[in-house]
Design a protein around this ligand. Structure first.
Ligand code: B12
Length: 228
């Protein structure tokens, strides 16, 4: 068996103070539209970076105290942190919020073997919908990754699918997300419950409920989505 690349330990250590973790990765194949590195060549490997549950919230909240009027604070924080980490490990950081959008969810399916929930969000067998990606590190060399576990898709055995029956305006039908209907509801007084406590459809998912974001983080994401 091939040993895992030592750079994964370096990345793990560099991310740890920020509540972030490497979330697998892969080597681009000849048929992939691999992103270009700053020197023009196509990237060879990618390591995804993200978080489970509220692990980023304490370090991010602390950073925010000295960056009070920062627009898009979570994206800005992610860029600050990951640009530094990339520099330290010889990679180049890319971000989910930057256009043209990189296919983060497709990458995550390959890197961690995750599948999409009926809400469109990828679901993790342990952390459910309470996880996301803050960036990815591109490298110009082959990185040896541990094979990801063959994750069962938790939604396959979920008969009730409460995520599809909880939204007060039926914004999710299992095939798409009625973004405008959701946003206009959030703007009305009736939307206060979602705005204050988080997306009811996401909260209805039985998987990984103990990892649901803390209330402050729920409100932050709802506000970012509602006004985005
Ligand atoms: C544009 C976008 C949106 C748009 C979607 C518009 C649309 N119908 O396409 C809007 C603004 C609605 C949106 C909302 C949310 N999003 Co969004 N979004 C993106 C973004 C920036 C680009 C998507 C894209 O076009 N990618 C390019 C294509 C080529 O890549 P892809 O991997 O093939 O894209 C997949 C997605 O587009 C997906 N998709 C299509 N429609 C929708 C709708 C939703 C709601 C989601 C989540 C995904 C999704 O299907 C594609 C095939 O797998 C991605 C980041 C990224 N770079 O991918 C985040 C991303 C998909 N979003 C994410 C999240 C978390 C959300 C929110 C939950 C934000 C929040 N409030 O916390 C909400 C969901 C609403 C809710 N109920 O709370 C996460 C998903 C993480 C995960 N576990 O899978 C991502 C990866 C960002 C991140 N930092 O991790 N989002």
């Amino acid at each position: 068996m091939t040993a895992i690349d030592p750079i994964i330990d370096q990345i793990t250590a560099a991310l740890e103070p920020h509540g972030l973790v490497p979330r697998g990765g892969f080597v681009f194949g000849p048929d992939d539209d691999a992103p270009r590195l700053s020197h023009g060549a196509a990237a060879c490997s990618v390591v995804l970076v993200g978080h489970f549950g509220s692990s980023i919230w304490p370090p991010f909240t602390q950073w925010r105290q000295s960056h009070r009027d920062q627009p898009d604070p979570l994206d800005t924080w992610s860029k600050e942190v990951l640009t530094d980490v990339a520099g330290a490990v010889g990679g180049q950081a890319v971000f989910p919020s930057d256009k043209p959008y990189m296919p983060f969810q497709q990458w995550a399916k390959r890197a961690e073997g995750l599948s999409a929930s009926p809400l469109g969000l990828l679901i993790h067998p342990e952390y459910g919908l309470w996880q996301a990606f803050r960036g990815a590190l591109l490298f110009d060399r082959i990185i040896r990754f541990a094979p990801h576990p063959s994750n069962n898709h938790p939604c396959d055995s979920c008969v009730e699918k409460p995520c599809l029956h909880t939204c007060p305006v039926d914004a999710f039908d299992g095939t798409g997300f009625a973004v405008d209907r959701c946003r206009s509801y959030l703007a009305r007084p009736e939307g206060a419950l979602c705005m204050g406590g988080g997306c009811l459809a996401r909260l209805a998912c039985p998987v990984g409920q103990e990892h649901a974001y803390m209330p402050d983080q729920q409100r932050f994401h709802m506000a970012a989505f509602a006004h985005g």
